[in-house]
Every structure is written in structure tokens, then in C-alpha cells.
Ligand binder design. Sequence first.
Ligand code: NYM
Ligand code: MG
Length: 222
Amino acid sequence: TLVATPRRGTLIVIEGVDRSGKSTQAASLVARLNALSGAVTAVSMRFPDRTTQTGKLIDAYLTQKDGTDGDSIDDRTIHLLFAANRAEAMVQLRKTLMTGTSVVVDRYAFSGVAYTHAKGAAGLDIEWCMAVDAGIIRPDVVFFLDIPTDVAASRGEFGQERYERQDFQEKVRTAFLDIADKAYWKILDARQSKDALGEEMLHLAVTEILKTENKPLQPLWQ
Ligand code: NYM
Ligand code: MG
């Protein structure tokens, strides 16, 4: 007898500058997807995952808020650590997707490229930044929560961590838009209300989940 192979889950990535609403929307999207009648299950994931060995090094680096860039961990090394923090999660991510569960990810390799490249230092060109993440699982869709950086900077808690300066965030936003791949990026207006944005994302996510059937997983940037 034939046993139906469950179709795989959909990999949904949420990207944006700091305080664009990613974490709130990621949690809301997972809840909304699981609340749908029908067979959708979704779980969340986030990068950096600060709980692992690489994540602890990354957390220490990020929470140095005095951090005049360049101290403690060198720029290429921290970039490689962020990439390692994703690479070590791929076995679990693939397994989850292949059992039919969709995964909503708060930041991915696009943050890796945008934040490192925004430093503007020699040796941090886009190609080098992308190369170290090439081959990880390509998202089916990326939701870019676009927001003017002055609006983001005025939101609560901004400024607590390294990188949270408006001039730097402006460079990050530009780098994101430079690497945005029209084939699978959706650029969304993150100034709208939480609920309106959540509804828009749910609608787009469901459309994407329905399209995922029988599509094999693809490697990113290869
Ligand atoms: N960040 C995040 C990077 O610089 N490179 C990466 O690869 C990733 C995934 O970490 N300011 C930066 C962006 C954020 C910071 O993320 C921590 P979050 O989602 O704000 O906790
Ligand atoms: Mg942040």
C-alpha cells in the first residue's frame, strides 16, 4: 500500500532593522497559523540563538553597549560566529520542515550580511559576507518589515545593544534592500498597526504554505 508522504513545512523568515517589530510579529504569526482550522502546524526559531556555545559568545558581544566597534571580537570573526550559529541549527531545521511543520524564523543570514556589511570596513564586502552562509536552507519567503529608522529608534528599548544607533541602522536598512531578492522577498510596511501587519503576514504565509507542496528544499545563495 502507498503511504502518503507528508508535504514539507514552509520556511518563513522575518527580517528588518532593530525595533521593526520582528519578534512580536513572529510570535503572532506562529499563533495565528496554529489557530487556523486545518493541518498547519508552525513553530518559531530565532537567530542568533543565544543559548548555544556560539550563542553565548555572540550575546556577550552584543550586550557590550558601550562597544566602540572593534573591541573584543574582530569583525570577520563575529560574522563567522553568527554564521556558525545558523549552521549548527540546520539539522534540526531540516528535520522539522521535513516532518511537515512550518518554521517562522526571526532573523537569518540576511541579517548576517546586512549588519556586517554596514560596518563598511575593508574585507566585509557583500560577496564575502554572503559566502559563509551559502548552502544553508533557503527560505520559501522573507518578510522584510520595513520601517524608517527614526521611527524604529523612537520605539522602547532602542539603544540597549551594540549596533542600535540610528546612523548605523540606516546603513543596515540599505544593505538589506541591496540584497533583497525579488523572487522571494515581500517588503512590508512595518509602520502599520500590529494587527493589520499580522493579518497581512498571515495571508501571505498561508499563500506560501499552499505553494510549498512538493517543492524540494533549496540551498541559499548557490
Ligand atoms: N545580528 C543578527 C547580526 O549582526 N548578525 C546576524 O547574523 C544576526 C542573526 O544581532 N542587532 C544582529 C542584529 C541584532 C542583534 O538580534 C541581535 P535581535 O534579533 O535584535 O536579538
Ligand atoms: Mg535587537
